[in-house]
Write a protein that binds this ligand. Sequence first.
Ligand SMILES: [Zn+2]
Length: 66
Amino acid sequence: MTTPCRDQPLPAFAELTAAQARGHACVSCGTLIGPGAVYRGVVFGHEGGLLLDADVWACGPSEGGP
Ligand SMILES: [Zn+2]
């Protein structure tokens, strides 16, 4: 049994791709998100003393697995 993208733990900010950090790609599998995407919240990170945050999304129930 595979855990759906929307139920997987959020990665660290440093692990996000640019597309994931911008909310264009699933935070778990990296697939471009579609209409059924599920909002997962905000991932925070630091870079050069700046606080960064990214709104991340995951595949919806009809995509990326069971
Ligand atoms: Zn996914």
